[in-house]
Design a protein around this ligand. Sequence first.
Ligand SMILES: [Fe+2]
Length: 328
Amino acid sequence: MWFIRRILKVSWKDKNTNDEGFADKSYRVRRKEIADIAFEYKHGQSIPRVQYTDEENATWQHVYVRLKELFPTHACKEHIRVFATLEEEGGFTEHQIPQLEDVSNFLKRKTGFQLRPVAGLLSARDFLASLAFRTFQCTQYVRHGAKPDHSPEPDCIHELLGHVPMLADPKFAQFAQELGLATLGVSDEDIEKFATLFWFTVEFGLCKENGQLKAYGAGSLSSYGELANCLSDNVTVKPFDPPTTAVQEYKDDDLQPILFVVESFDDMMTKMRQYVATIERSYDVSYDPYTQSVNILDHNAALEGVSRGLQNDVDTLIHVMNRFNKPV
Ligand SMILES: [Fe+2]
């Protein structure tokens, strides 16, 4: 499994000299061509469109069709709901790979998240920090066609089928952003713990629905091998508990043997907030959606700004509740 390589700064060249993609010169050229889009991309620009080849679209279709067979029984209801919407209005079809620009616009309409093209190599700190700004660093290239069920690195099939549907769910998007905000200004040791929490939630998390386990992690939802495995007897399932989950060792080169389950997204959010409150850092932050910036809460004026925003929301809530309760 490759997802964490982006997080642990290990390069494709360093780790995968035997991979089909590395051995195929034309594939390496194609990878560079698509990576250059990310290297040249500037914030605020439209994401350039990629003319995917028939082979790349066939790889996408191979994975898409197989996963769709498993989603009804294995995916959480949030993923199923958004995936249907993506097929209706987000350009998702088994026949061709959607363009990041279109998907990013879909996400902006749903939760304010946006995609930013990335070549594939990022530190955990940089990757997690971008979540604080509701930005998801997203690869645009496709895995090698010789192994459609496996990619040595995250590719757009993983991002689009696994991450995007979950980031279009308001509650999950809030969780992802709070996880990103929690990493700002923490030590390298805590970054490792947050990266591990990311692994066991955003990448491979399980949740409960009517007493049954379902997958909400993108690593499971974008790989039919992982998706079948995650609800099988091969996996030891533990209750999500951030202090212990954060130090759980994991495998990044095989099917997951240990996973963590949350009772609900509310449960996950509550436990994560309690954990974040125990992490030492020199300042607290809040996100300003109007300026899409992060404010450091280290002086009274900043606190007054947060307080004023909260008061406005409470006033609006009281007003609406009074109106609803008023007899017509
Ligand atoms: Fe991922």
